[in-house]
Ligand binder design. Structure first.
Ligand SMILES: Nc1ncnc2c1ncn2[C@@H]1O[C@H](COP(=O)(O)OP(=O)(O)OP(=O)(O)O)[C@@H](O)[C@H]1O
Ligand SMILES: [Mg+2]
Length: 373
């Protein structure tokens, strides 16, 4: 290479918008540009000669050497860690989210790997935020649905209730006036029974509307559904000084279900647990999420808290709509959750833990022979 070309190369390399790192065959850094110094926080003379693994977080180092060997065996232009999120390690031991492109060059001095590195911290944060937003929207849609449900119930129930009241007054007056004709009274009472049945149907119909029976089925890993829900709830948990403990069984078989609906179930259960622990002041507030397989055909999720628990005689009624002990509660959370789990051919029930606190159990049928991830 002539002196001119050499200088041009240096300037191009230096001015590259990405961090550029050239690594020699043994894994030591041979050349870097200014962007590389900036991303990793090292001076150039510290970087030159350093093993490339120094720039990789410790937990990924062991596997990196193997990746490096594989790349040396089949060097072609490619993105590093396709499908995985990559991280670098700065001089101050902090981590930086990276995207890395690799290529190989062979020179008179031997083969080198050229890595082009981009700091994607901002991009990943934006992506995570968008994801959070989607989850919040899923929650919101539950609230909106319940709001709409309330409006519909008010509207649909007002009429049969008014008819019942009118008929009941007629009957009361007739009896009070002493001129009650048995046939007339009979007819009035029949009307009342019919109207109350109508009111009942309205409630049932609206409740089934909530789940619509249109469960959008896809294979789901419950552990990952839990991870999603927990990530949405973390700031609320912090605000309420609740810790969330995860005890998730590895290699759970998948279930077939609607991700958003199952998220809503977990969300309702976790929110209830948070609310139940408001009065706990003398001990750590903990919600524990546990998963396990039940006889290879079902997957179980338990949501346990260390709040006051639920009186035994209320364990059955809390799943009914509008049953609440909270001043601003609607009493819909468990009713909706119950319908959703039923639509998934599963079971949802409650109990109290031996050590105190309530436990909600969700059991869903597993998809057989799903490859464990
Ligand atoms: N983890 C728990 N510990 C103790 N009691 C609970 C727990 N979860 C639910 N409950 C009881 O069950 C009732 C019904 O719960 P549900 O979620 O259906 O309604 P809610 O939380 O009162 O109102 P919302 O419609 O906002 O969810 C609660 O009011 C509470 O009394
Ligand atoms: Mg609730």
């Amino acid at each position: 290479m002539g002196a001119m070309a050499d200088d041009t190369f240096r300037q191009v390399f230096e001015a590259a918008p990405n961090a550029m790192i050239v690594v020699a065959a043994g894994g030591r850094i041979a050349l870097v540009n200014a962007q590389a110094e900036k991303i990793f926080g090292y001076q150039r003379d510290e970087l030159i000669g350093m093993p490339i693994e120094t720039l990789i977080p410790e937990r990924f180092r062991a596997q990196h050497a193997a990746y490096r060997d594989r790349f040396a065996g089949d060097p072609q232009l490619r993105a590093m860690g396709a499908g995985r999120e990559l991280f670098g390690r700065r001089k101050d031991a902090s981590e930086v989210a990276l995207e890395i492109g690799l290529n190989a060059i062979s020179t008179v001095d031997g083969p080198f790997v050229v890595a082009s590195v981009i700091d994607v911290t901002e991009r990943r944060r934006a992506k995570a935020e968008a994801q959070d937003l989607r989850h919040e929207l899923a929650h919101l849609s539950r609230v909106v649905t319940v709001g709409e449900l309330m409006a519909a119930i008010v509207h649909e129930l007002a009429q049969p209730l008014a008819a019942i009241r009118t008929n009941a007054r007629v009957a009361v007056r007739a009896i009070a006036g002493g001129d009650h004709n048995a046939d007339e009274l009979h007819a009035v009472l029949e009307d009342i029974v019919a109207d109350s049945r109508r009111a009942d149907q309205v409630i049932h119909h609206l409740r089934s509307l909530l789940t619509k029976g249109e469960v959008e089925r896809q294979p789901l890993l419950l552990n990952s559904v839990i991870d999603n829900v927990v990530s949405v709830m973390l700031s609320e948990a912090r605000r309420r000084r609740v810790s969330i403990d995860l005890d998730l069984a590895p290699r759970l078989p998948a279930v077939s279900g609607d991700r958003v609906q199952l998220q809503q179930v977990l969300l309702n259960l976790i929110l209830n647990a948070f609310e139940a622990m408001v009065e706990v002041t003398e001990r750590r507030r903990v919600v524990t999420l546990r998963t396990r397989t039940v006889d290879d055909t079902r997957v179980q999720v338990d949501v346990a808290d260390n709040g006051p628990g639920i009186a035994d005689d209320r364990l059955g009624s809390i799943f009914k709509p509008f049953v609440t002990t909270k001043p601003s509660g609607m009493g819909m959370g468990l009713a909706v959750s119950h319908s959703i789990v039923q639509a998934h051919e599963g079971q949802l029930w409650a109990g109290n833990a031996a050590g105190g606190g309530a436990v909600f159990h969700v059991v869903l049928p597993a998809i057989r022979d799903t490859p464990a991830p």
